[in-house]
Ligand binder design. Structure first.
Ligand code: PMP
Length: 327
């Protein structure tokens, strides 16, 4: 069963990073989940909730709006349990993820954006519309599903606490739906409210404004493209009360750091993982980490999902060239 292999991912101290930043840095290796990302945890919790409370008929269709990883996890789990899957991705999703989804048997629809349920061209709007029109379908809706935070509160948070033997001072996490940071943050703050919960997002994403309790400009509909993180609306899966600070990074800096880190470490780091490294690099002064600090950084997925847009010499996303049509 796929379930038996979800979670309990490795947490390893990274000696070179620790030396570079003069502090203890551990990587939570979420790319080791069977579906290749932290989203296996969330997909499993959402599917279990749907089945337990009869939200989906037997053999029905799980529907989701996803930048790809939640979709891949859902597709894997759905197939094993005898369900179908339909995933609405935005046109900025990497083609590796789209191909993976298709090979896993999911139906894929490419949408113009993922700007939230009020935008008619968004993945969230299209997914909801489809589910409303098909009684055999159930929209898991990770942006508003309590199981999203719960999965990380019940599993990732406790794992980090246990693996660090309670000796953790900071965590640094990329924010997409906000579920990972909210679940881990809630658990760790209950254990020790002094643990600093820090988020990472692309420039012009709105989480920093939310955490600082600032108004969100209506025209803020675009952020620097770092796949998997960043938001233009406030999702229900984000709990700002457990987040102490948000650091913004550019896609350019993230790409440079991804190349450097991958070269030095002989492994391809994921896009949002590289954004976390970029935040460390860009904001080291403000972070003011001490040699006695013990920081956990989360790597949600692996670089092999972004070969073309992050690691090829050709810049940009070529989904359009590959013939994917948007709905
Ligand atoms: N990194 C990647 C690669 C992701 O796919 C996601 C989820 N979209 C995140 C980070 C952010 O996780 P969360 O949605 O829990 O905030």
């Amino acid at each position: 069963m796929i379930k038996d292999n979800i979670g309990n991912t490795a947490l390893e101290k990274h000696e070179a990073l620790s030396r570079q930043y003069g502090t203890g840095i551990w990587i939570k290796e979420e790319y080791r989940n069977p579906g290749g990302s932290s989203k296996d945890r969330v997909a499993w919790y959402m599917v279990q909730d749907a089945i337990k409370y009869n939200k989906i008929p037997e053999g029905g269709i799980f529907v989701e709006a996803s930048s790809g990883n939640t979709g891949i996890s859902l597709a894997l789990i759905a197939r094993e349990l005898g369900y179908q899957c339909k995933i609405f991705v935005s046109k900025s999703t990497s083609f590796e993820k789209i191909l993976m989804l298709q090979r896993l048997g999911a139906q894929v629809e490419v949408c113009l954006n993922s700007n939230g349920p009020l935008d008619e061209n968004s993945t969230q709007f299209k997914a909801k519309t489809f589910a409303d029109q098909h009684p055999e379908a159930y929209f898991t809706n990770q942006y508003y599903n309590e199981a999203n935070i719960e999965a990380h509160y019940q599993t990732t948070g406790p794992e980090i606490w246990r693996q660090m033997e309670g000796q953790v001072t900071h965590v640094l996490i990329g924010m997409g739906t906000g579920g990972t940071i909210s679940g881990i943050g809630k658990y760790l703050k209950e254990k020790n409210p002094n643990i600093q919960i820090w988020g990472v997002e692309p420039i012009n994403s709105i989480y920093q404004l939310i955490v600082q309790d600032m108004p969100i400009p209506e025209d803020q509909t675009k952020f620097d493209p770092i796949e998997g993180i960043g938001r233009t609306f406030i999702p229900g899966s984000f709990d700002p009360s457990v987040v102490d600070q948000v650091f913004q990074v550019s896609a350019d800096k993230t790409k440079k750091i991804a190349h450097l880190f991958s070269h030095q470490n002989k492994q391809l780091t994921g896009y949002s993982s590289a954004a976390v490294l970029a935040a460390l690099d860009e904001h080291a002064k403000v972070m003011n980490l001490k040699s006695s600090d013990r920081m956990v950084i989360v790597f949600p997925d692996h670089g092999d999902r972004y070969l073309e847009k992050l690691y090829s010499n050709k810049a940009g996303n070529k989904n359009g060239d590959l013939g994917f049509k948007h709905v």
